[in-house]
Design a protein around this ligand. Structure first.
Ligand SMILES: [Zn+2]
Length: 282
């Protein structure tokens, strides 16, 4: 996100991004920041799909995508990065093709892997902003802790039935653990595969995550830092809950006790052998 490159656009880019460039709040310099930004999406599922599509259309120059799964028929009810003809293909490949069709300016980095304590720091390190669209608590805590340790902003989103949540965690201003110090007991919160989810809902939450990401890149407005946004699709009501940095937080508090990545499956009370694929089934 540095301004080292000259602010030069090809004629096609000047046209493609003209509706950004004419906005005084964005302009050519803002569009250059978007093109220079490197964003990592955790999951190419329900949340990651709309986030990826809009960030690609907006001209975010580098999009990393972490996902280990292949496209399944049950995904297509909400995971709009993927098409019927993509069933059986790795999601990172399908996502890459879709994004290339939207905006050839975007470089997609495919991370076809399960994020673990062993590889997370290395995978996250090259990126400016991490967007968490994962579907399970072990990955969520892993991504949170790695972001705190690397000093990277994390844009959180999650969905359940008809309800969505979003928050932005900026280093030094609280983290996911400040909000939820401990994971729920295993089996307490069923997954989308077990309980279902309204197909449009991840679209709304993922778009909020995309907006937050763009605001961080451009330094515009007020992000959801220090706030958790709750959205109920049935009542069309939104609520906000204050999130304060917990000075006793084991990761981002004044005297952290977790200073390197731990065993998150154990932390979440999951037996190792039965851990499903960690990413992308949101
Ligand atoms: Zn914290």
């Amino acid at each position: 996100m540095t301004q080292t490159q000259p602010m030069v656009f090809t004629p096609e880019q000047a046209k493609r991004y003209s509706r950004h460039i004419i906005m005084p709040q964005i302009g050519g310099s803002g569009q250059r920041k978007l093109l220079d930004a490197k964003v990592l999406l955790i999951g190419a599922g329900g949340l990651g799909s709309p986030t990826a599509l809009y960030l690609a259309a907006a001209g975010v120059g580098t999009l990393g995508i972490v996902d280990f799964d292949d496209v399944e028929l049950t995904n297509l009810q909400r995971q709009i990065l993927h098409r019927t003809q993509d069933i059986g293909r790795p999601k990172v490949e399908s996502a890459s093709d879709t994004i290339a069709g939207i905006n050839p300016d975007v470089r997609v980095v495919q991370h076809r892997l399960q994020l673990t304590s062993e590889n997370a720091m290395e995978v996250l390190e090259p990126y400016d902003i991490i967007v968490d669209g994962s579907d399970n608590f072990a990955t969520r805590y892993l991504v949170n802790d790695a972001c705190v340790m690397l000093g990277k902003p994390c844009v959180h989103g999650s969905i359940f039935l008809f309800e969505g949540q979003a928050a932005t965690f900026i280093p030094g201003k609280g983290c996911y653990r400040c909000l939820y110090p401990t994971p729920p007991p295993p089996g307490m919160v069923p997954s989308c595969a077990e309980a279902g989810v309204l197909g449009v809902l991840p679209g709304i939450v993922g778009c909020i995550q995309a907006i937050e990401t763009i605001k961080i890149i451009l330094g515009l407005g007020e992000t959801l830092t220090g706030r958790l946004l709750l959205f109920d699709a049935l009542s069309m009501e939104t609520r906000q809950v204050k999130v304060r940095r917990n000075t006793a937080c084991p990761v981002c508090g004044d005297s952290p006790t977790v200073t390197e990545l731990i065993d998150y499956e154990e932390f979440c009370g999951l037996p190792h052998a039965e851990v499903p694929s960690a990413n992308g089934r949101s």
